[in-house]
Ligand binder design. Structure first.
Ligand code: 8YV
Length: 336
C-alpha cells in the first residue's frame, strides 16, 4: 500500500466524517489525520449513534458495499459531501442527496485500466477455460488424460455493452487481440470506429461475446435477459465486470444450464457476496469475487481520491470528481 499524501490543510473547525463500514486502514488513517472520524459499524447501537452523532456529520466516506439511502441521508441533517470509493455509485441515492444540495463524489479514471485488464483476463479465462485447466493439473489428471480442447477467441466478434471510460479501455485492448468489436450504449460515439448497434438485442445478434460494462441502477436493471442471451447464441460467452443487477441472473442460469449460451465469466452478482449455488456447480463458468479494481496499487489510488475529495471540499476547493447527478456547479461557489 502506498502511503497517503499528507495535504497541507487547516480547517477552521473540526469536521466530523462518518464511515458506515471499515474502509482500508490507510484510508481510515488518512481521514483521521484531517478530520474527526466516526464509525457507524463500531457503534453498539446504530439508532442511538445516529441520534447523537448524526447532526454533527458533514461528510460521509463510503464504498459500494454500504448503501446510502434516503432514510440514512435524512438522519444526517448537516451532510454536505458523500465521498464514495469506486466508479459505480448505484448504491447511493443521488436524487435524495441532490434534493438536499449534497455533493456526491466517486473515483473514476484511477481504476479504468485495472478493471479493463481484469475484463480481458476474465474473457480469456472463460473462453480458454484457464481455471478449469489449472484444476485439471492440480487434481493430478494430466498424466492420465490431456485437457480437452477448448473454444477460442479467434474469429469472434466482441460486443461491449456500455462504451464509457472502462468500455473504451477494454476496446483498446481488444484491438490488440485482433477481434471485431461492436458496441451498444445510449448513443453512438463519433470518435469510435467500431460498429454501433442502437439496440442491445441487435448487438447480441451480431456478436458471440457480450461484455457488460454498463453502470448499475434502475435504468439498466435486468437489461441482459432471456431474449438477449438467446440472441447471443449457443457459442455465446457473457462477461460481466459491471454490476450483477444489469443481468437477469435467473435467466442467465437457465441459459447456461440448457446450452442457450456457451459460458460466462462473472466478476459481479445480483446479491454479493452471495453467489447462486447453481453457478458454483457449473464447470463452464468462471467466477470471481468482485475483484475488478482490487489490486494494491489501484485500491490505494481510489482510497487517496476519496481522501482528496474530502480534503478538497472541506478546505473550500470544491469536489475533485463529482458524479454527474451532483448539484455542485463550479461557478456557484463552495458550500462547505
Ligand atoms: C469496487 C467497483 O470494488 O468501482 C466500482 O464501481 O465496483 C469496484 O471497483 C467497489 O466499488 C468498492 O467499493
Amino acid at each position: 500500500m502506498l502511503p497517503f499524501r499528507l495535504s497541507e490543510t487547516a480547517f477552521m473547525q473540526p469536521v466530523d466524517i462518518l464511515m458506515l463500514k471499515a474502509m482500508h486502514p490507510d484510508v481510515m488513517a488518512a481521514v483521521e489525520r484531517h478530520f474527526t472520524l466516526h464509525r457507524l459499524d463500531l457503534a453498539p447501537d446504530a439508532e442511538t449513534f445516529l441520534r447523537e452523532v448524526g447532526p454533527r456529520i458533514r461528510g460521509l466516506a463510503t464504498g459500494a458495499q454500504a448503501p446510502v439511502d434516503r432514510a440514512l441521508i435524512a438522519r444526517l441533517p448537516n451532510l454536505a459531501l458523500i465521498a464514495s470509493l469506486g466508479v459505480g455509485y448505484d448504491t447511493i441515492d443521488t436524487a435524495a442527496a441532490a434534493e438536499r444540495g449534497i455533493v456526491v463524489t466517486h473515483t473514476p479514471d484511477v481504476l479504468t485500466d485495472e478493471v479493463a485488464d481484469l475484463a480481458l483476463g476474465l474473457l480469456l479465462a472463460t473462453v480458454r477455460q484457464i481455471p478449469q485447466a489449472d484444476r485439471h493439473l492440480r487434481a493430478g489428471h494430466w498424466p492420465h488424460r490431456t485437457y480437452p480442447l477448448t473454444p477460442t477467441l479467434r474469429g469472434r466478434t466482441v460486443g461491449i455493452l456500455g462504451l464509457g471510460r472502462i468500455g473504451r479501455a477494454i476496446a483498446r485492448r481488444l484491438e490488440g487481440f485482433g477481434v471485431d468489436i461492436a458496441y451498444h450504449g445510449r448513443r453512438p460515439q463519433d470518435d469510435v470506429a467500431h460498429a454501433y448497434h442502437p439496440t442491445l438485442l441487435g448487438l447480441a445478434e451480431a456478436v458471440d461475446v457480450l461484455l457488460v460494462v454498463a453502470p448499475g441502477g434502475p435504468e439498466t436493471n435486468g437489461l441482459v435477459g432471456a431474449a438477449v442471451l438467446e440472441a447471443l447464441g449457443p457459442q455465446g460467452i457473457l462477461v460481466n465486470v459491471a454490476r450483477g443487477s444489469v443481468v437477469d441472473e435467473a435467466a442467465l442460469i437457465r441459459a447456461l444450464q440448457d446450452g442457450t449460451i456457451l459460458g460466462a465469466g462473472l466478476d459481479v452478482f445480483a446479491r454479493e457476496p452471495h453467489v447462486p449455488p447453481e453457478l458454483i456447480a457449473m464447470e463452464h463458468v468462471v467466477l470471481l469475487p468482485h475483484v475488478g479494481s482490487a489490486s494494491v496499487h489501484t485500491r490505494a489510488a481510489m482510497g487517496q481520491l476519496v481522501v482528496d475529495n474530502l480534503v478538497a471540499w472541506f478546505s473550500g476547493q470544491g469536489p475533485l470528481t463529482p458524479v454527474p447527478e451532483t448539484p455542485w456547479v463550479a461557478q456557484a461557489g463552495i458550500r462547505a
